[in-house]
Design a protein. Structure first.
Length: 367
């Protein structure tokens, strides 16, 4: 049975993904959106909207991109949100830990003048902050970071079947995460909270920095983080489920059927309860990174095209985002120039935190 289970799982995942592509070839815009091959999903959302206020897609879920219909679905007592990790406690808010600025400074010291914004800074900062909140032992923080990385696909897996290896890593990572959190503080956030906080937090950090215009003041840093959160929300698809038989927008929906709300960002964008609860924590991460970068550098520019994560139609986050920095002028340096690693930089790189080292070991991988 143990040998058969991975084979059966692999066949099911392959079949489900093949079904999406079949419906995409039949010109189903929602299926095409889930296949996640377009950098700009806007035209597909427009086609979903043009198809009607609420219609059943080829893959199965009822779909809407109409704001009025979305509001009606969210207000209906017979409709609930689909959770990323079924069976886990509801997502709660997370405090921004003290010392976040120091952790960010250490990560930037180790990163040098050119680095990957995602793997060198955003992911290890989110993992380190959550490890502090959960009181994870220093010796276990590398394992904690690896478990969070393995679980990073959880939200996208709700709407898009993942590869077999990715799905097995998700299962193993979740078991590891539960084990680590068993020894955490009694009031520590649960697995669902830390998984979504880590993924959406790292995504917001990367998106905020890439949107920022340097040189940057402290006030502009806060504004940029808020603008990024509004313009590029942590979830572009809001998955729902009917708890009872019901009728909405002229459609009869049976209990247990799935629904999906699509939006195009902006101040009025619909967000899942989990993302609303975690928004202050995510803003805290992004503002901390922007403030640290603004203090050090006069310019932060892309050094290569941003690579998005595969099979991630819900989060649409970056897997790699390489940037190059230019030093802020100082009294002694005269004009701004490209930073070169100092002895202190090399010493900091040699003493990188376990969470940063664990994530940095995968640098360059597109997950």
């Amino acid at each position: 049975m143990e040998a058969a289970e991975p084979a059966e799982l692999g066949e099911r995942l392959q079949r489900e993904h093949g079904t999406l592509w079949l419906h995409r070839l039949r010109d189903d815009p929602y299926a095409a959106l889930l296949c996640d091959i377009d950098d700009d999903p806007g035209p597909l959302r427009e086609r979903v909207l043009a198809a009607g206020p609420l219609w059943r897609s080829g893959p199965g879920p009822w779909v809407t991109a109409d704001p009025a219909t979305a509001a009606a679905l969210l207000a209906h007592p017979g409709i609930g949100h689909v959770t990323a990790l079924p069976g886990e406690a509801a997502v709660t808010d997370v405090r921004v830990p003290e010392g976040l600025g120091s952790l960010c400074a250490r990560l930037l010291d180790a990163a040098g003048p050119e680095f990957d914004l995602v793997t060198d800074v955003a992911e290890p900062l989110a993992a380190g902050a959550l490890a502090e909140v959960c009181a994870i032992r220093e010796a276990d923080r590398g394992r904690f970071a690896e478990a969070l990385a393995a679980c990073g696909v959880a939200q996208d897996a709700v709407v898009c079947p993942q590869r077999l290896a990715t799905t097995r890593r998700l299962r193993t990572g979740l078991d590891e995460l539960r084990s680590l959190l068993d020894g955490a503080l009694p009031d520590a956030p649960g697995p669902a909270t830390v998984v979504i906080a880590a993924r959406a937090g790292a995504d917001l950090v990367a998106r905020t920095v890439l949107r920022a215009r340097f040189p940057l003041s402290a006030r502009e840093a806060g504004q940029t983080a808020e603008e990024a959160l509004r313009a590029e929300p942590p979830g572009w698809i809001v998955p729902l489920v009917a708890r009872t038989d019901l009728e909405v927008a002229g459609a009869r929906i049976a209990a247990g059927e799935r629904l999906a709300i699509l939006h195009d960002g902006g101040p009025g964008a619909v967000t899942a309860p989990a993302h609303r609860a975690l928004a202050p924590f995510h803003r805290g991460l992004a503002e901390t990174v922007l403030a640290a970068l603004a203090d050090r550098y006069s310019q932060v520019r892309p050094a290569a095209p941003v690579v998005r994560r595969p099979r991630a139609p819900l989060t649409r986050g970056p897997a790699r985002a390489r940037v190059r920095t230019t030093a802020t002028p100082t009294v002694n340096s005269g004009a701004a120039g490209t930073i070169t690693p100092t002895t202190a930089d090399r010493r900091a790189a040699a003493t990188t935190t376990p969470a940063a080292a664990a994530l940095g070991a995968r640098r360059g991988e597109a997950r």
